[in-house]
Each structure stands twice: as C-alpha cells, then as structure tokens.
Design a protein around this ligand. Structure first.
Ligand code: SF4
Ligand code: SF4
Length: 378
C-alpha cells in the first residue's frame, strides 16, 4: 500500500472527511474546571482532579520531575467539530482502551420478576474512526485481542467495538521522559493494530496505510515521494534514540520464575499504597468486575474496571484472601505483566507508555522496579 501525503499542517479538511464517514473519536481537552458548564455525562465526565487542573496550575502527580512534561488533560471523546481535536499532547490521561473496554458498561438489562425478559444492549451502534492513537496505546489492543478475542470465549462487546472501529495512529517524534516503548518491543513509529499511521513531518503528514480500511481513507491523496519517506525514517531513528532505558524482558521472565519469594519484593513494594491508579491508567490492564444492580423491578448487568491492587479483588466469600498484603498485590501486577502473560501469549503485558510512572502518587517508577528485579533476582 502506497504511503500518501496530507499537504500542509492544516488537518481540518482531512478531519472533516473522517467525520462524514463515521463517528470520529480523538484526543479532546477535558472540561476540568471546578464548575463544568454542562452536567456530567458520558461525553463530559466529572472532573476527578479539578482543583489540580484549574487554569494555570500544572498537574501534580507522584513523579513530579516527569509529570511536569505531561499536560494530561485530554481524553478520547466523540468529536463534533474539527477544532475539538487536540493532537499536541503525547498521551491522553486515560488510554485508548476506554473506547474498547469502557470504564463502566451495561451489558444487558432485565426484569427481576420475569427473568426471561432480558434485553440486550448494543455495544456500539455506528462505525467509528479513532484519530490520534499513539503507537503504544494501539499496540496494547493487540494484547487485548489475545484476551477478548480468544477463540474459545470471545467477548461480543469488545469484538463489536473492534470490528466497527478504524484506527488512525500518530507517530511520536518526541517521546516523553517516562516513555520506554523500545524497551518492551515497541517503536515510537510502530504500526501494531493500526489501519493508518500519520507521521508529522513538519510541513505535511506522511500517511502510511496498514490495512484496506486505512488505505480507503487516503486513496485520494497525493503519493509520498522518496524524500518524504526518508524524512519519516529519520524522525523514527531520532525518536528511538531519545529513549535510553533498556530491559532484557526475556531474561527477566526467567528470573521471575524463581523469584517469587525473593526479599527484593519487600523493598519494591514498600512505597506502594495500593491505590490502583497504575492499573486504571494502564493501556494493557484489562481486569473487570461484573455486578447486577436492581431497582423497582428492573435490573442491569454492569461491567466496570477492576484492579488487582485492591484487597477485595481476590478476597473469597469465606474471608480468606490469597493476596492479603500490598506486597502480594504489587508482586502480582509485575508477575502478570512480565512472567504470566508472556508465558501464555508470548509478549510482555506492557507497552512502555509511562502512564503508571507519571501518575503513581508514591513515585514508583516501573523502569527502576525492572532494573531492581534484573539486578537482585538470580
Ligand atoms: S504502584 Fe503506585 S499507582 Fe500503583 S497501586 Fe502502588 S501506589 Fe498506587
Ligand atoms: S505498565 Fe505502566 S508503562 Fe507499561 S503499559 Fe502499563 S501504564 Fe504503560
């Protein structure tokens, strides 16, 4: 498939074309004022940290030295006006996963007196296009696919969203200080799970189609020239070189096999308060809870994000908890990402987006944790 060119830095015409084809989702500034103009809704969720993000106040997170580089005030939202699209931020506050596994979703509703009266809920009604997915977030969807599109038990809600969504990525030319995608097999110009990848080349975008769906979006545009392609390759090299952290994840997987009871976990887990933020902002964490809620004879089965960092996550009805301490739970998070998931699926469950590093209130840096484990485990 031939790479194309979107001439000029003005993307408005391209964005308008996307909006005519399907519902468009893209990074959009959140309304984080203490008094939002509109009531909270799916389109405009309540600001959880309004005080911190009021005008002129930089975000305050655990790792201040890296958080100052992130204006984590955008989220993927439905776009109704091209001016709402904000592609200037590196990462959205919450990852792309919320468009495929929503924070909270009604799976079906029912009548409590006549349980056979179950009404299905359609996961997604219309075709969707996502614009501005960063390569790490998109790569995480390939990991979700292994879980939710498993042949034996595919998840129909997730599958419907995947099938009805075309994903346009945006390459990272200037990775942030917490980014380390190259250490976990990714690339700032990676194309995993994308239909089309845009590369900002200064006065134009290189548009590289990966699938027929992506090609259909740019087939009318002029073909890229050899210098366009060379320039994009140079930008990728520069971006890769900007990320210094490396990790031998294959060797770590072996060490973790024998390191379950190693004393290193005590030191690593000490600062963790098990708030679960790292799992909620992680594009690859995918645990959820399912509950039935009922009122006045009507009920709904609801799926919500859950976190292995909470003690209730594994507590049995008997009261026994196989992971009773914070140390057990942090170790499980690391083991799942760097030992169990690779053993089953052949890839680590981390794309190096750095969100957990930026957002952890205790200042835990996953790169330091990986280095400590590499050095201390035999
Ligand atoms: S590592 Fe940090 S963000 Fe994750 S649960 Fe512990 S304190 Fe919270
Ligand atoms: S573990 Fe941290 S760096 Fe890795 S994908 Fe999740 S949030 Fe990003």
């Amino acid at each position: 498939m031939k790479p194309r060119i979107i001439p000029g830095k003005e993307l408005n015409g391209f964005i308008k074309g996307l909006m005519e084809r399907a519902e468009l989702y893209a990074p959009k500034e959140r309304d984080t004022s203490p008094f939002p103009a509109n009531p909270a809704s799916d389109e405009n969720p309540p600001a959880l940290d309004a005080a911190e993000h009021s005008a002129g106040t930089p975000p305050v997170n655990g790792n201040r030295e890296v958080s100052q580089f992130f204006r984590d005030t955008t989220e993927f939202r439905h776009i109704t006006d091209p001016a709402q699209v904000n592609l200037d931020h590196l990462n959205t506050k919450l990852p792309l996963k919320e468009l495929f596994l929503p924070r909270r979703e009604v799976m079906f509703t029912f009548d409590t007196d006549t349980p056979e009266r179950v009404e299905p809920v359609e996961a997604v009604a219309a075709e969707r296009i996502v614009l501005g997915a960063r390569p790490c977030d998109a790569a995480a969807l390939e990991m979700f696919d292994r879980v939710f599109l498993d042949e034996a038990t595919p998840d129909p809600y997730y599958r419907a969203r995947r099938e009805k969504t075309t994903i346009i990525g945006l390459a990272c030319n200037e990775p942030g200080p917490a980014c380390f995608c190259t250490a976990v097999g990714g690339s700032p110009h990676g194309s995993a799970a994308l239909d089309l990848l845009l590369v900002d080349s200064g006065d134009r975008y290189l548009a590289r189609p990966m699938t027929a769906k992506g090609e259909a979006l740019v087939a009318h545009l002029p073909e890229a020239t050899a210098p366009d392609i060379e320039k994009a390759a140079g930008l990728e090299q520069e971006a890769r070189a900007a990320m210094k952290f490396t990790s031998d994840t294959a060797a770590l997987q072996e060490k973790l096999k024998a390191g379950f009871d190693h004393k290193a976990w005590d030191e690593i887990a000490l600062p963790c308060v098990n708030c679960g933020v790292c799992t909620y902002v992680c594009p690859t964490c995918h645990c959820f809870d399912v509950t039935d809620e009922e009122s006045h004879g009507r009920g709904a089965r609801i799926r919500t994000w859950d976190s292995c960092q909470f003690s209730l996550f594994t507590r049995h009805a008997s009261g026994h908890n196989p992971r009773p301490t914070g140390r057990d739970r942090l170790r499980n998070r690391m083991m799942h990402k760097f030992r169990y998931f690779p053993a089953v699926h052949g890839t680590v469950l981390c794309v190096g987006c750095g969100r957990c590093i930026v957002e952890c209130p205790s200042g835990i840096d996953l790169r330091e944790t990986l280095t400590t484990l590499q050095e201390e485990l035999e």
